[in-house]
Design a protein around this ligand. Structure first.
Ligand SMILES: O=P(O)(O)O[C@H]1O[C@H](CO)[C@@H](O)[C@H]1O
Ligand code: HPA
Length: 292
């Protein structure tokens, strides 16, 4: 697979080859894909009848280079729903093109997945948010996209979707409602809001953080938006959940300095709750599809 800047470097045949390779190795036929963000690989542990593939063994798959991203694809079942989990995903700051970052999403589509659940770690911009809060993503701001770093730049393959996809409903209303219902049933209070993607890898300056607050962002992170954009383009239902792992400094007098170890530490502390939320949701998510 060749990297050509921000335009797509994968042909339909590349996607087909990887899909067929996986189909030849597994009898699982996933309906739900879960993308596990930094330190959230534990979400896959709720599945039964698991079959695991290391990214480096899957043709065309990028490999994870960031601590907290284990780098394997896990097929399994949750409450009778066949699922596939990405334990670790890819980022622009690792040097991958957005075509590589989003490569797995189109594989999920070709495998027959209908819903993608994306999880990640983020910094809380909204002053009300606390470390450890979970936010159901209502919408996003694609800041790299404004600068032309967009996964759908380049020739459009109509077999996946239209040239000009609508993004006003990127995050499924049904799934967001379901997530809020499940959270309430589990006695877990969750937030709702807007996630902004920055390219990273540095954490924000205070001036940048203030700008994001002014723009209406509640949380900021360095991932997810490309995957969601490609998922929506190819007709997948999307739910996004972000874990607030740190409060972003909006004030020059604040002494705390964010670092990735702290991000992973908070993920570890909240992973069990997130796992419960995700697995309960998956069970109900398929019932929800079956009744529509
Ligand atoms: O978005 P995920 O991969 O969950 O991780 C977040 O945490 C890392 C920074 O600590 C960045 O990768 C950021 O995007
Ligand atoms: O504060 C943050 N900024 C950007 N990405 C992040 N991922 C976790 N925390 C942060």
């Amino acid at each position: 697979m060749l990297s050509k800047g921000s335009s797509c470097c994968c042909s339909f045949d590349d996607y087909k080859l990887t899909t067929e390779w996986l189909q030849n190795q597994t009898r699982h036929q996933p309906k739900v894909a879960v993308i596990c963000g930094s330190g959230l690989g534990l979400l896959a542990e709720a599945a039964t009848d698991k079959q695991t593939f290391r990214y480096q063994d899957i043709p065309n798959f990028p490999v994870s280079t960031v601590p907290g991203h284990e780098g394997c694809l896990v097929f399994g079942t949750i409450e009778e729903t066949p699922c596939v989990f990405m334990k670790g995903h890819f980022h622009l700051y690792e040097g991958y093109s957005l075509c590589q970052v989003t490569f797995p999403v189109r594989i999920f589509k070709l495998l027959g997945v209908d819903s993608v659940l994306v999880t990640n770690a983020s910094g809380g911009i909204c002053p009300d948010f606390k470390v450890g809060d979970i936010m159901v993503i209502r919408d996003h701001i694609n800041l790299p996209g404004f600068a032309g770093q967009h996964p759908l730049c380049g020739p459009n393959d109509e077999r996946f979707g239209t040239r000009f996809p609508c993004m006003s409903d990127a995050y499924s209303k049904e799934l967001r409602t379901l997530a809020l219902d499940v959270a309430s049933d589990l006695g877990c209070s969750v937030r709702t809001g807007v996630y902004c993607m920055v390219s990273g890898p540095n954490f924000e300056t205070i001036a940048e953080a203030r700008m994001l607050l002014t723009l209406g962002c509640d949380c900021v992170g360095m991932s997810m938006v490309p995957e969601v954009t490609v998922a929506k383009h190819c007709g997948l239902r999307v739910l996004g959940l972000t874990l607030v792992t740190n409060k972003v400094s909006l004030d020059y007098s604040r002494e705390e300095k964010v670092n990735h170890d702290e991000v992973l530490e908070i993920c570890k502390m909240r992973a069990e709750l997130l796992q419960k939320l995700v697995s309960t949701l998956i069970g109900r998510c398929q019932q929800n599809i079956n009744t529509h």
